[in-house]
Design a protein around this ligand. Structure first.
Ligand code: FAD
Length: 591
């Protein structure tokens, strides 16, 4: 263990979180576990992932209260909404990433860090460095991949993603609390050839690869001794998936080609084609209908072909095979580059974890509304890797009714019914929206008989029918940065009040046990969503059912995305990249 500690110190990683290591392929249970906690009083919190959920949790957590170990294969946070801009060089990749250590350091000691960065720290606050080091000691980051979770003995097996570290590649961590925020992977639907021939857009490296690939296509297309048909194929850019990422990439690529590349490659400018393939009837089908039809019309004007009702059934080296859903006809089109952007799937490490905790029948890891993993003690899951189990919420609501129906008559008085509705809304705030928007009226209808007269009693069975409609309307929260970040902040607040809320619980009443829940459940606030459509135009769904489309919305997009940057450094870099692009255009060098 001593040699491994030395090794980690050499690598610049604090040794506080290391418990043990083993040779590769070692059996998890055979690993030696030797605890070396920094502070035996403090609870060990292992945080997996440094994306939106993990970072917002760490930013808001009082790190001095816990012994924190963060595990992630990347030592930075990436601002994913700007990844499509990186694919075409509108924004540089380094402008959207911030080292996770910087984020923690700045969060914990803002004044000292500012002074230090102005080189005033040593003069004005001589002990500032010592303070920073003390704070950073409480926070252990390890650039590793989690390869297995073993909830039975509260351990996490991690593996180096840079090859073995002096011959050892597995590390074991134990925890008191586990925060799982490892996001999701790309969903290929097991379509043949996708892994081999398609690009994905999940990570910064993906965006860099796409940027190189676009330029490569243009360089290949202008080589001599190629037929025009071959040039057309090489310059055919196909995007599979008409969701926000696919649409934004298509728009970025169109702008890049029209504003920069056609001037540099004039001989092939008429041969370029962009196609978006969408299995549904419309692109951007999770947005308001006005936005999706505006996007379709704009793409038509821009010459971007949108093939709806098509499902990709296979990809080969030069062709993409599709099936027309209406007729079942199968056809192929040649391509130069494909971006596969059809949604997300559960990572294998989470699937394995789900099997261990009895969730093998589910598609995604289920949590309750306090973000606690169902069937697992002291584990929390947030962001894209988990969903709040809505079905269970509905079962719980029916239980509330059963408990309220003391005399088992199958009916409730009107006052009892109204109390129950209130209880549901307090306990499950996320149901509120659905009840209010769709079905609360139906429930109020239950208070009247078919003639419109006030009832004295409400039939629970009738309520269940109304509830079934609510159930079908209750969709899982979307897999977005907004949800992930809010969940991270929510969980950090719970962790910061763990002690106080133990003695003074602030949550709603428990109905299966006595007392109250420790915390209020997680409540998501939707602040709207954007869809940049190219040509300095964007569409936005804003709170209060507002729709905004056009050039002014693009400026709103610039302001929101600049303000949402995680640090002033990235904010300045992103804004200067936009300015550089306005003045000089995008850089088409293939590096
Ligand atoms: P992620 O941000 O994906 O973070 C996962 C973390 O886990 C990463 O640090 C990763 O390195 C780490 N990790 C992965 N595997 C392991 C492992 N085995 N062990 C340990 N750590 C691991 N959302 C919006 O709200 N608005 C947008 O405009 C928007 N645009 C997007 C554009 C693109 C191109 C993409 C890809 C996504 C976009 N999203 C947007 C969605 C948003 O990025 C995700 O919902 C969000 O990143 C989810 O956060 P997360 O923390 O759950 O996962």
């Amino acid at each position: 263990l001593r040699s491994s500690s030395q090794l980690l110190v050499l690598l610049g990683i604090s040794n506080g979180g290391l418990l043990a290591y083993s040779d590769s392929q070692a059996d998890v249970n055979a690993l030696v576990s030797e605890s070396a906690p920094q502070d035996a009083q403090k609870k060990k919190v292992v945080v997996l992932g440094t994306g939106w959920a993990g970072t917002s949790f760490l930013k808001d957590l009082d790190i001095s209260s816990y012994d924190i170990r963060v595990v992630s294969p990347r030592n930075y946070f990436a601002f994913t909404p700007l990844l499509p801009s990186v694919t075409c060089g509108t924004v540089e990749s380094r402008s959207i990433v911030e080292p996770i250590r910087n984020i923690i350091k700045k969060r914990t000691l803002p004044l000292t860090v500012i002074l230090r960065e102005l080189n005033l720290a040593t003069e004005i606050v001589p002990f500032s460095d010592a303070l920073i080091f003390r704070k950073m000691e409480w926070f252990n980051f390890m650039k590793l991949n989690v390869s297995r979770l073993t909830p039975a003995n509260r351990r996490v097996l991690c593996r180096s993603n840079n090859g073995p570290l002096i011959g050892k590649e597995d590390f074991m961590l134990d925890y008191d609390y586990l925060v799982i925020a490892i996001g999701a992977e790309v969903n290929t639907f097991n379509t043949s050839g996708v892994m081999e021939y398609c690009h994905f857009l999940k990570e910064v490296e993906d965006a860099q690869r796409i940027r190189r690939s676009v330029i490569d296509c243009f360089e290949r297309a202008v080589l001599p001794d190629i037929t025009e048909q071959e040039r057309r194929s090489i310059l055919h850019f196909v995007i599979v998936g008409g969701g926000p990422t696919g649409v934004e990439f298509a728009a970025e690529l169109h702008d890049f080609i029209q504003e920069d590349l056609v001037r540099l490659y004039p001989t092939v400018q008429d041969l370029v084609k962009i196609t978006v393939i969408q299995s549904g009837e419309h692109i951007l089908n999770t947005y308001d209908g006005r936005i999706s039809s505006f996007a379709e019309q704009k793409f038509q004007r821009d010459g971007i072909e949108v093939k709806t009702g098509c499902r990709v059934v296979g990809v080969s080296e030069k062709e993409i095979n599709m099936k027309l859903k209406s007729t079942g006809e199968i056809f192929s089109i040649p391509y130069g580059m494909i971006l596969w952007s059809t949604g997300i799937a559960t990572r294998p490490v989470i699937r394995d974890f789900m099997e261990q905790i009895g969730q093998s029948k589910r598609l995604t890891l289920a949590t309750d509304e306090w973000l606690r993993v169902e069937g697992c003690q002291n584990a929390y899951a947030l962001g894209d890797c988990a969903t709040i189990n809505q079905r269970k919420i509905m079962e719980d609501i029916l239980d509330i009714f059963r408990v309220a129906d003391i005399d088992n008559s199958g009916t409730l008085t009107v006052t009892e019914f109204q109390d129950v509705i209130q209880d549901i809304l307090v306990r499950y705030p996320q149901v509120d929206l659905y009840l209010k928007s769709q079905h609360l009226q139906n429930m109020e209808d239950l208070l009247k008989d078919p003639q419109g007269n006030e009832r004295k009693e409400v039939d629970i069975e009738e309520f269940k029918i109304a509830l079934a409609q609510v159930d079908s309307q209750m969709k899982s929260l979307p897999a977005t940065a907004q949800v992930a970040a809010q969940q991270g902040t929510y969980l950090a607040t719970c962790f910061n009040h763990m002690e106080q809320c133990q003695t003074n619980p602030e949550g709603p009443r428990r109905f299966r046990k006595s007392g109250r829940h420790r915390f209020q459940p997680f409540r998501y606030k939707h602040f709207g969503q954007f869809a940049p459509l190219g040509g300095e135009q964007a569409a936005a769904e804003l709170p209060g059912d507002w729709i905004s489309i056009g050039h002014s919305t693009q400026w709103l997009w610039y302001s929101v995305y600049a303000s949402k940057q995680v640090s002033w450094r990235t904010r300045v870099l992103v804004v200067s990249d936009w300015t550089r692009r306005f003045i000089f255009g995008r850089d088409s060098s293939r590096i």
